[in-house]
Ligand binder design. Structure first.
Ligand SMILES: *Cc1c(COP(=O)(O)O)cnc(C)c1O
Length: 384
């Protein structure tokens, strides 16, 4: 009998902990309040009888382009395809080099490799962990055909400096904005600084669909037309295939409708994310971990990432209290198994490697309450 009671007690505690578990990004809490709006919008789409490349995709493309302050937006299947189609729109292929960083999750690398081009990695700045313009200058070769600048964790790379160097060398810049929807530098949106800006609408992103989705934005009409053709078999019109390397990578009507419900709320969500960032930084000040720079307008505050050599100990302590953490990202691209034997696997990226060994992501999403932030911060302090 006692055993039975003990089991029930344990089960109750497990259940209780499960219920109170704090996620990195709680999509149930984020999307829950929107479901009535989303459901009614989806009903309209379902009843319309038109599910691929129709009025919803066009409407979202138009409003997202306007939101970003560019002329065109082309909805595609996901963020990695957005990067690949942007590269292909620039006619990048085998024999070409594309400069990028190795600490941003490998999405740019996957897209570059799909085109047959070679990634060339630059080390990152120790403060911002993004591409270092001073290094960029030294690594441009006669084979360099593009630069992919990633706005890591939502924080924009130094676009004025990167653009100046790229422009002087006549090399186009592609921005990876998958973590930076709505960030702005000098009033200009992430994605509007480069020749092309690439977005993912994966559910966890600041602007997330309820499935896969992506977009390429640009103010260059001919690049937009190329991406438009490439996302649908290479067609310029139905059954008229003019662009090589076409495929099927479309944003669908349902996801576009969901994104249209969410876009008007994005700025508020980003403001709340920045407030959470600031609160964390206040509460963790002097705790002995390296804190990210204060999030201003140029930071969509996608992830709150601290740096510490005591990462494993902190992760375990937080996990024991039902607090989820993650590592973005543990293995730099040039050290991945799939890079073995490639020219890029031999490069030296000391700052990148130290960062990958120390970064730790704490929970951050717009619905997170101040007392939850305080609890996480207190747990981090306790664990050090
Ligand atoms: C999520 C992400 C991507 C890829 O987006 P998918 O839609 O998952 O293909 C690309 N770059 C960065 C920086 C990301 O965070």
């Amino acid at each position: 009998m006692c055993d039975g009671q003990a089991i029930i007690t344990v089960l109750f505690i497990v259940k209780f902990k499960e219920a109170k578990r704090l996620l990195i990004n709680d999509l149930g809490r984020h999307n829950g309040p929107l479901l009535p709006h989303i459901q009614s919008r989806l009903t309209t789409v379902l009843q319309s009888g038109w599910y691929i490349l129709g009025a919803e995709v066009s409407a979202f493309e138009e409003s997202f382009a306007a939101y970003c302050g560019v002329a065109r937006c082309v909805g595609v299947g996901n963020g990695t395809d957005a990067l690949e189609l942007a590269l292909r729109a620039l006619r990048i292929g085998p024999g070409d080099e594309v400069i990028t960083v190795a600490n941003a999750g490998g999405y740019g690398t996957a897209a570059i490799r799909c085109t047959g081009a070679d990634p060339v990695y630059l080390d990152v700045r120790p403060d911002s962990m993004s591409m270092d313009p001073a290094v960029l200058k030294t690594r441009i070769t006669s084979r360099t055909r593009a630069i992919i600048a990633t706005h890591l964790y939502g924080r924009m790379a130094d676009m004025p400096a990167l653009r100046a160097i790229a422009d002087a060398a006549h090399i186009p810049v592609i921005e990876d904005c998958a973590q930076a929807h709505g960030a702005r530098m000098d009033g200009r949106a992430a994605g509007a600084w480069g020749q092309l800006g690439c977005f993912s609408f994966y559910p966890t992103k600041n602007l997330g669909a309820l499935g896969d989705g992506g977009a390429v934005i640009t103010s260059d009409a001919s690049l937009a037309e190329r991406v438009r053709a490439l996302r649908q078999y290479g067609w310029t019109q139905k059954y008229d295939c003019r662009a090589g390397h076409g495929r099927n990578s479309r944003l669908d009507e349902m996801q576009a409708a969901i994104l249209s419900v969410k876009l008007p709320r994005l700025d508020d969500w980003n403001r709340r994310r920045r407030t959470i960032n600031a609160l964390y930084s206040e509460l963790l000040d002097g705790a002995g971990v390296r804190l990210p720079p204060v999030a201003g307008e140029n930071d969509a505050a996608h992830l709150y990432v601290i740096r510490t050599p005591k990462r494993d100990r902190i992760r375990t302590a937080l996990a024991n209290q039902g607090i989820a953490t993650d590592i973005h990202y543990p293995i730099p691209d040039h050290r991945q198994e799939c890079a073995r034997g490639t020219a890029s696997s031999a490069c030296a990226l000391p700052v990148t490697e130290v960062c990958c060994g120390e970064v730790l992501t704490l929970p951050c999403f717009p619905e997170m309450r101040d007392d939850e932030v305080a609890k996480v911060a207190a747990s981090v302090r306790q664990a050090i």
